[in-house]
Write a protein that binds this ligand. Structure first.
Ligand code: ATP
Ligand code: MG
Length: 333
């Protein structure tokens, strides 16, 4: 099935911007919620440091990358020197520490791909997941937040795309569709191609860290880039149209990899991602910005790729023809 199409955008797309913006605003967490998250981070850090004075707790994921919705769970990462203890031992010990500290619903998931402790804090009502020594996630969280500070359209576009993905049930990695992290990367890539965002990893680095033999380096003085995208005046509804048309009708699924590390489309051939290796099928290829051998599309299988592509087409067609796209787009699956 090859269906590539260059369709001109409907002339009246911009009239829908106010309704998409009000959806965006309804999803943004309040200042009160953000201060509750900080409060929980402080309380948990204190509790953990009593037992492990040199450990440090970091926020990562949606509550720290600026792409989090109101009422989302909190992702935390415990950084600890664990030479004497295995990761599973740390998780079990962590669960004990939390038990002693009046936290509820504590579960140690030691057999998950990424072992975590889940808990609920009765003071703030917040739920969170704590993983151990997953510092690459802390660094990619900072990269996403830095990009979001360059042009406000990134945050608006990514919120709407995430809301669409959740409404249409295509944000479920355990069922072969994409993570929120992958959707945000897809949005960054589009805005790089539109000249709205630069490619921070191609600029002279001002930030460097080495995590598990991966060097992460990029330009992070983003306050100096806040007029970068000003020449492009496209509205969020036009960008949304472009996003879905790209993934429905323009992306070459047989040959292309999107890469925010380079700010370009690169070839599957060059990455040797043209065939299935183990469980990695490479049916939609999204390069991780730091772990470049890692395809964020590897969770997608031969059935879910069609679910995804049908949803991209549905969204593209709604944005092109529907009289009320800001409602129809999010109708539950
Ligand atoms: P949601 O609002 O849906 O919870 P989220 O931003 O927390 O969104 P997730 O996809 O749950 O997004 O990922 C949380 C964090 O975990 C990401 O910000 C990223 O740092 C890290 N992460 C997730 N998936 C990957 C992956 N495949 N490779 C590397 N890091 C990842
Ligand atoms: Mg999350």
């Amino acid at each position: 099935r090859v269906q590539r199409r260059n369709r001109p955008c409907r002339f009246d797309i911009d009239q829908f911007t106010p309704s998409f913006m009000s959806i965006f605003e309804s999803l943004v967490p309040s200042d009160e919620e953000i201060s509750k998250q900080k409060q929980l981070l402080t309380a948990l850090s204190k509790l953990i440091n009593k037992e492990w004075p040199n450990a440090k707790l970091f926020l990562y994921g949606s509550c720290a990358n600026s792409f989090g919705f109101s009422n989302s769970d909190i992702d935390l990462c415990l950084s600890i020197d664990y030479k004497e203890m295995s990761k599973v031992d740390i998780i079990l010990k962590l669960a004990d520490i939390l038990h002693a500290g009046n936290l509820q619903n504590i579960q140690a998931l030691t057999r998950a791909r990424v072992p975590i402790v889940k808990l609920m804090d009765p003071n703030t009502g917040l739920s969170c997941d704590i993983c151990v020594n997953n510092l690459l996630a802390v660094v990619n969280t900072k990269l996403l937040r830095d990009y979001s500070q360059i042009d406000k359209r990134l945050r608006q576009l990514a919120f709407i795309v995430k809301h669409w993905a959740k409404s249409r049930c295509v944000n479920e990695t355990y069922r072969g569709t994409l993570s929120s992290y992958a959707y945000v990367i897809m949005c960054i890539h589009l805005l790089q191609l539109r000249g709205i965002l630069p490619c921070l990893q191609e600029m002279d680095p001002t930030y460097y860290v080495t995590v598990d033999n991966n060097t992460c380096a990029y330009f992070d003085q983003v306050d100096r880039l806040n007029s970068y995208g000003a020449r492009n005046k496209e509205t969020v509804s036009k960008l949304l149209w472009t996003f879905f048309h790209y993934w429905a009708y323009q992306h070459d699924y047989t040959k292309d990899v999107i890469s925010i590390r380079t700010g370009r489309i690169i070839s599957k051939h060059m990455k040797d991602w043209t065939r299935r290796v183990g469980n990695d099928r490479h049916l939609i290829c999204i390069e991780d910005p730091f772990e470049t051998s890692h395809d964020l599309g590897r969770v997608v299988d031969k059935r879910s790729i069609w679910t995804l592509r049908e949803e991209f087409e549905r969204a593209a067609n709604i944005l092109q023809y529907d009289p009320n796209p800001s409602v129809t787009l999010f109708e539950p699956y």
